[in-house]
Design a protein around this ligand. Structure first.
Ligand SMILES: [Zn+2]
Length: 145
């Protein structure tokens, strides 16, 4: 067992990555990341905000999340890339445009050393938002997928 000297939590793995304090907002989440990646996180945040200004910012599954009746899209910082989590349907829908990216089920990995595909990210966010709104219109109270 390894005990974090800062927060006292115990982990089976030495120097396990974790948040000593669980971030309660996207601001806190970004502030807790490596300084080197913070500008990139701010960048994707403002891209998504501009694309879906109606969605609420919150933390869900320990990740920055955009919410409108349900979780629409998440992002998260990893060591080597920025993860964007729009869900399986969105990744399938944009498969052609994502073929140059490292993509797996519901996840798009955006390397830090290349520019963000801003316009594509905004269209994906918008698509997640619209597909949620469409489900609500069809009579589902919440668009739980
Ligand atoms: Zn800790």
């Amino acid at each position: 067992m390894w005990k974090c000297p800062k927060c006292g939590r115990e982990f089976s793995r030495q120097h396990q990555d974790h948040y000593c304090v669980k971030p309660q907002s996207i601001d806190e989440y970004i502030a807790a990341q490596d300084e080197a990646v913070q500008p990139r996180l701010q960048e994707i945040r403002s891209l998504i905000r501009l694309a879906i200004p109606d969605a609420e910012e919150r933390i869900s599954w320990s990740m920055p999340t955009y919410w409108k009746g349900r979780n629409l899209i998440h992002f998260a910082a990893s060591k080597k890339h920025l993860g964007l989590y729009p869900g399986d349907d969105a990744v399938a829908h944009f498969a052609d445009e994502l073929k140059d990216f490292d993509v797996s089920k519901g996840t798009i990995r955006l390397p830090y050393e290349t520019d963000l595909p801003s316009e594509l990210i905004q269209r994906i966010a918008r698509w997640c938002y619209d597909s949620c709104a469409a489900k609500v219109q069809k009579g589902f109270e919440k668009c739980s997928s």
